[in-house]
Design a binder for this molecule. Structure first.
Ligand SMILES: [Zn+2]
Length: 413
């Protein structure tokens, strides 16, 4: 599946112009939560390093881990967060309207999770099909009435599914597009399945936002790509496609939505594309030095997070974590924060409760535990849902509880 994992070859332009700028050490896989039984076994760790390609500006994980180690069973369920769930409904509404989708059209979602996005499309009467490798999520999606193929997206899969379901007018990939190590096979699959006037819609944590947020914790092995617009232009061009519109969205971590069409398609290209490319150059996203500065600031903040937590602990305070997202495990593993610092991590997802975090082995408990234990501080690991969490935890705050927000600069509120 991995086409090139050689250290010096860019996965978008295949040139040997990738230079490393961030090394976060070796960490356990961020979504591989462990049962008590699994704690006794050997836990593999993999280097977490990121490079920048001076050929096409693609920011990429240095050495991808085989997807099978990460996605056969997956514990991140889209519907768990009401913010994300609302957002996905708005994605469906926007795409239906922009592309003028009608009853007979097929919408395919790659990495369809529990079918949350496709439920939004179904409400508009279009045909939907999910493609999802995690068996546990496929079960959830099918129970919610969303037809879902259980497997990885590839050229072979796309050809087979096209024969069965017909050409796709819209193919969506929200966040899952960052997970793809073999972009050539994926794009060939897209090319095989998409209708002549079809559009590929991707949404992902935008690199410009990631850098502004100092969000080093969103670097983990599942994320093999950290996209700005530049490398995408390069990538799609190789498959006869072009970006037709882009939209920055102030949701989640700061998302970029990108609409891609065939060059032979009749839909117009919006001015937003050229404007964003200019903005990226002005931000310095085309210079290695920008990434080197980012890395320096990240290490400064990592040391500050460690000092803050250890200082509070020494003063006798109790600390727990809120939210057990994958990125929380990058933060805990890179900062080496274990159960000696955090008593527990509370998370609403039943799939994670009762398990232990990968690497640091902190127990994950139901959110109700917060008011029972009333820790002095809650480290906000799911900081992108800060507003939602603080609203839900009003009682914790009224009782004197405080939040530690770790990025871009650790602070207590
Ligand atoms: Zn490149």
């Amino acid at each position: 599946m991995i086409q090139s994992n050689r250290l010096d070859e860019c996965r978008v332009c295949h040139r040997k112009r990738v230079r490393k700028f961030l090394s976060l050490g070796k960490t356990a896989l961020a979504n591989n939560f462990l049962t008590r039984e699994q704690l006794k076994r050997h836990e593999p760790v993999y280097p977490l390093e990121v490079g920048y390609c001076r050929g096409c500006r693609y920011v990429q994980l240095w050495k991808p881990v085989p997807p099978k180690a990460m996605f056969d069973r997956y514990l991140y369920v889209s519907s768990t967060s009401s913010t994300l769930s609302r957002h996905l409904t708005s994605v469906a509404d926007a795409v239906v309207q922009k592309l003028g989708l009608t009853d007979g059209d097929l919408v395919v979602d790659i990495g369809s999770n529990d079918g949350c996005l496709l439920r939004g499309f179904k409400a508009h009467g279009v045909h939907v099909l999910g493609v999802e490798p995690a068996r546990n999520l496929v079960g959830l999606a099918r129970r919610a009435g969303v037809a879902t193929y259980n497997g990885y997206f590839s050229l072979a899969t796309a050809k087979r599914l096209r024969r069965r379901y017909g050409p796709a007018m819209a193919v969506t990939a929200t966040n899952s597009f960052l997970h793809i190590p073999d972009l050539d096979d994926y794009l060939a699959g897209l090319d095989a399945w998409m209708a002549p006037e079809g559009v590929f819609v991707i949404e992902f944590h935008y690199l410009a936002d990631l850098m502004k947020q100092g969000a080093f914790d969103t670097v983990y092995h599942e994320h093999v790509s950290y996209y700005s617009l530049h490398p995408l232009i390069f990538l799609f061009d190789r498959f006869g496609m072009e970006v037709m519109d882009v939209k920055r969205l102030p949701v989640h971590h700061g998302q970029l939505r990108v609409y891609v069409k065939r060059k032979t398609g009749s839909r117009p290209v919006a001015d937003s594309v050229a404007q964003l490319l200019d903005a990226e150059t002005r931000l310095g996203l085309g210079r290695y030095a920008t990434y080197a500065v980012f890395a320096r600031n990240v290490f400064h903040n990592i040391r500050k997070i460690q000092r803050t937590l250890l200082g509070l602990k020494r003063s006798g305070a109790s600390i727990a974590g809120y939210g057990a997202p994958a990125k929380g495990n990058t933060l805990l593993n890179v900062c080496r924060i274990g159960p000696d610092v955090l008593d527990f991590i509370a998370d609403k997802s039943r799939l994670k409760q009762g398990l232990f975090t990968p690497g640091q082995h902190i127990p994950v408990v139901p959110a109700e535990k917060i008011l029972q234990a009333q820790p002095d501080y809650l480290l906000l690991l799911a900081w992108n849902f800060a507003e939602e969490i603080m609203q839900e935890q009003g009682e914790y705050i009224r009782r004197g509880g405080k939040f530690i927000v770790p990025v871009p600069r650790v602070r207590i509120i």
